[in-house]
Design a binder for this molecule. Structure first.
Ligand code: FMN
Length: 207
């Protein structure tokens, strides 16, 4: 059975294009594998608190957690790591916010990037421990970044880099771009992204 982890992070609720396309990806995945399980991590509805000194003490301190608050933080981080490690397919709905990911999605990475659990330092340099996953990113942006404005895109390259650091290198990107260029452009972008989603899911080996 295939486990799908859906990470949603748009602050725009039901108007979100990244959510719409990510949810189509999930519908297609489940049509292909009706036994697939789905875990939804909605970072917009349930944002993670920013990391702080207790987070650092709990997850990186030599002594480990020493207060109830630190133990709670470590348990939250561990649960998110477990959820990620249990997934076969990770679908990330990522709106572009100020040229990057939303802070809610950045916080999720802060919680799951854990030395000894999701990456480790070896003599050859850092090694990602979150392997054998397929990742599908649905990036939605008001502007268009797949052409001459690529240098302003600190979202998709950052996501690829961060996922790769953790060991996730099998990454597909679906772009819903130009959503701020008028309703017609947005509809066209949505239709293109939906077609791309169908192609990607159809191309996946049967689970
Ligand atoms: C606070 C905020 C900041 C944004 N910053 C950018 C930006 O830097 N570049 C861009 O192209 N679009 C930007 N946008 C537009 C969004 O990327 C666009 O609305 C996209 O569709 C959001 O994804 P969603 O539809 O999944 O919510 C921003 C939107 C908001 C609400």
């Amino acid at each position: 059975m295939c486990n799908i982890l859906y990470i949603s992070s748009s602050p725009r609720g039901s108007a979100s294009y990244s959510n719409q396309v990510a949810e189509k990806v999930i519908r297609d995945l489940r049509a292909k594998d009706p036994d697939a399980s789905l875990t939804v991590r909605d970072l917009a509805r349930e944002p993670l608190p920013h990391i702080d000194d207790d987070f650092v003490a709990a997850t990186r301190g030599a002594q480990g957690p020493s207060t109830d608050r630190q133990r709670t933080i470590l348990a939250r981080s561990d649960a998110l790591v477990d959820e990620l490690l249990a997934a076969d397919i990770v679908v990330i709905a990522a709106p572009m916010i100020n040229f990057s990911v939303s802070t809610t999605l950045k916080s999720w990475f802060d919680y799951v990037a854990r030395a000894g659990r999701t990456f480790r330092y070896s003599e050859a340099g850092p090694q990602g421990l979150v392997t054998a996953k397929r990742v599908i990113i649905v990036s939605a942006s008001g502007g268009v970044y797949s052409g001459e404005n690529a240098a302003f895109d600190f979202q998709v390259p950052w996501l690829r880099n961060m996922l790769g650091f953790l060991g996730m290198t099998n990454v597909e990107v679906i772009r819903v771009e130009g959503t701020a260029l008028g309703p017609q452009a947005a509809e066209q972008a949505l239709a293109r992204a939906s077609d791309q989603a169908s192609d990607i899911v159809a191309g996946l080996a049967a689970a």
